[in-house]
Design a binder for this molecule. Sequence first.
Ligand SMILES: NC(=O)c1ccc[n+]([C@@H]2O[C@H](COP(=O)([O-])OP(=O)(O)OC[C@H]3O[C@@H](n4cnc5c(N)ncnc54)[C@H](OP(=O)(O)O)[C@@H]3O)[C@@H](O)[C@H]2O)c1
Length: 255
Amino acid sequence: MGRLLVGLARDSADVRVVGAVEAPGHPRVGEDAGDVAGGSPIGVLIGDDAEAIVKPSHIVMDFTGAPEAALRHARIAADCGAALVVGTTGFDASQRAELTALASRTRSVVAANFSVGVTVLTELVTTAARLLDESFESEIVELHHHGKRDAPSGTALALGRAIAAGRGADFEHEAVLAREGMVGARTRHEIGIIALRAGDAVGDHTVIFGGLGERLELVHRAQSRDCLARGALRAARWIAGQPVGLYSMRDVLGL
Ligand SMILES: NC(=O)c1ccc[n+]([C@@H]2O[C@H](COP(=O)([O-])OP(=O)(O)OC[C@H]3O[C@@H](n4cnc5c(N)ncnc54)[C@H](OP(=O)(O)O)[C@@H]3O)[C@@H](O)[C@H]2O)c1
């Protein structure tokens, strides 16, 4: 995602990359971020100290995939008043609470998925869950590339929360993240989530509402990661003009 963001920013007239960070000791530290992204250099060397780079006028974009690093970057942005866009997923409950508190202190967009299609899917899922009666049972299936570190995906969890919101239910109480062995019949209200990992799949999400004699399925397939990077840049452009607050991709799209 870092490479894609640098490449897209290089090609856009209104976004300028002013810093790029890897963890200390990373072999790319000291290289030009444009070279690493593939293409022409941009005159920005990859550093290993975000605190030394970030200024209040900057937008910090975190796609580290390491919750502790994302929290550190959020703290740096919040402390100096820089805007923040966080795409990292895989936070546990207490890390999520800490991120929410930090992000609320500055202008920030936090989203498990920056694609426009998934943001609209999430809206549709809430509406479907609200409109369908209790005989419809919901399951979510997600497929991602073999390198993904967290499971289920942050997007699948967000879709589960969208189902719960539509029904006025508590997601943490209804979620079933794995089934194995003699688990017995499913309960009517549970929200099952299954994670598949194979090849270079960018990210597929299917939400199934299974009724008696019929089934409604809502599907999103990301065909390339471009939609995610483009959405994150859209969020960055948007947050630059907002007052302090924690926003979602829903806010960015004005839904
Ligand atoms: N919200 C969205 O739309 C969206 C879209 C795509 C991905 N994601 C999420 O974004 C995260 C990154 O995804 P990805 O596919 O780009 O992963 P990736 O290819 O593993 O890239 C993560 C990068 O962050 C670096 N990193 C790790 N720890 C760091 C630290 N402490 N400080 C600075 N850099 C650090 C990694 O370095 P190494 O090379 O040493 O590992 C790597 O270069 C994941 O959590 C993923 O789920 C979200």
